[in-house]
Design a protein around this ligand. Structure first.
Ligand code: SF4
Ligand code: SF4
Length: 439
């Protein structure tokens, strides 16, 4: 695609990076067929190619974002399905991240939208605040219908409906920083502390730690780490996102330069995609560029790390039917496609692959709160495809997908690592009490 940026514009590294992305697009339109919003809405401006044109016009002409641009960029899930499909290697993620940052800086959102985004940014990345909010949402849930009846308050209704009906007690190991390997130490890894996942499903990291330590891996959770920054990053709020990224880089670098790390393990694939991009996000910060790139190079989804090692011997009977839902952040963002399925099959599960596996479930960070109508349609479609495989369990690698899909089906939805831990000697997940599996 031809571009017409001035030299002065290209002196800005972010603009120069976006110009390269724009030039690589040959507007062939292959990406439209696999874009969930184009599939649902059928509007070219809700396709990757359409958004690329809108973003080009806005950036090239140095214009503030218009209501039209904001509408179509806000509808983008950042699912990155378009990046998997694109034959020209267009890095849409970096382009849309830049567009969101530009929107945040130049567009005056309607008051309720602004307040909702501010509230999400103030609550979600902070574990303590989020835990309080989950309790509050449980109490306010009966009023979700009232909020839903006022269109501008639909995000509040969506938030209340997504909140868990049962609040999981705080993990007993939440404040533990080091978990010793069982037997001889074969590797040493850091585990992302995170924000929302340890509140919603502390069982996930508990299972990951149990499984890895049984495999001879020492696990540490260095002090000073926390939210990866992806939730605010995807809302275009760059400063808090970069502050989170820097805090994690500092925490992990202390370990890398101390006792050393073989990997940085992430059990939430949405966070993994962002951490693997820290090198790009902090590339213009002289104090962090090199260290962030080192951190990104060490980051691994838990399934990537496990598939390279010998799992403990399975102890449950084979054959339980597990539908694997590929989270977009894992399959499109990180290109981790086969490891989770291979691991589940290795321990004896019958792995089922639902149709339209490339399409997003509608979770996408805060998308299911900010765009509840489209997110709801995507969930319905996803759950239908999953249920048609007639599974006993659904497995996936991202807490957002677990919450989104779990809200639309009675089939238990678990993290892949919970199933791997259980199958190799860990406790049976409480959610599976009603699933009969021979031991
Ligand atoms: S598939 Fe790639 S090159 Fe073709 S229009 Fe989409 S982004 Fe551009
Ligand atoms: S990231 Fe997903 S929703 Fe956004 S343009 Fe690409 S395919 Fe469409």
């Amino acid at each position: 695609m031809q571009t017409h940026f001035s030299l002065a514009q290209l002196a800005d590294p972010q603009m120069a990076s976006s110009e390269q992305v724009l030039r690589s697009c040959v507007h062939c339109g292959f990406c439209t067929a696999t874009c969930p919003t184009y599939v649902l809405l059928g509007d070219e401006l809700d396709s990757p190619r359409g958004r690329i044109y809108l973003i080009k016009e806005m950036l090239e002409n140095d214009r503030p974002a218009t209501t039209e641009v904001v509408k179509h960029v806000d509808r983008c899930l950042s699912c990155l399905s378009c990046m998997t499909t694109c034959p020209s290697g267009v890095h849409y993620m970096h382009l849309v991240d830049h567009a969101r940052d530009h929107i945040e800086k130049t567009y005056d959102r309607p008051l309720v939208d602004k307040l909702t985004r501010w509230m999400l940014a103030q609550i979600l990345p902070h574990r303590g605040r989020f835990r309080l909010a989950v309790y509050g949402a449980k109490l306010a849930r009966p009023f979700a219908g009232l909020f839903k009846s006022v269109p501008s308050l639909a995000p509040i209704a969506a938030m209340l409906n997504l909140a868990p009906t049962h609040v999981t007690p705080r993990s007993k190991t939440e404040n533990e920083r080091r978990f010793t390997a069982v037997g001889p130490r074969r590797a040493r890894v850091a585990l992302l502390d995170g924000c929302a996942q340890p509140v919603l499903r502390p069982e996930i990291d508990e299972a990951a730690i149990r499984l890895m330590t049984r495999m001879g891996v020492e696990v540490v959770r260095p002090k000073g780490g926390g939210c990866c920054g992806s939730l605010t990053h995807h809302m275009g709020k760059e400063e808090p996102a970069l502050a989170n990224a820097r805090a994690n880089v500092d925490a992990w670098m202390r370990e890398i330069e101390g006792e050393g790390l073989d990997a940085i393990i992430v059990t939430t694939s949405g966070c993994g995609t962002t951490i693997k991009d820290y090198g790009h996000m902090l590339r213009t910060d002289p104090a962090y560029a090199e260290r962030a790139a080192r951190v990104s190079a060490l980051a691994k989804d838990v399934s990537e790390f496990l598939v390279e090692r010998n799992l403990p011997v399975p102890v449950i009977a084979a054959g339980t039917r597990v539908a694997y839902h590929a989270a977009c952040s894992l399959q499109h963002g990180q290109k981790v496609k086969t490891a989770p399925k291979a691991l589940l099959a290795m321990v004896g599960f019958q792995v089922l692959e639902p149709a339209e596996g490339h399409l997003c479930c509608g979770s996408a960070g805060t998308y299911n709160i900010l765009q509840p109508e489209i997110a709801g349609r995507l969930r319905e479609r996803k759950v239908g495809n999953i249920e048609r495989t007639n599974p006993e369990i659904v497995a996936t690698g991202n807490i957002g997908c677990m919450t989104q899909i779990g809200g639309g089906t009675a089939i238990p939805v678990l993290h892949t690592v919970e199933l791997l831990d259980w199958a190799t000697g860990g406790p049976k997940p409480a959610m599976l009490d009603k699933v009969a599996v021979a031991a």
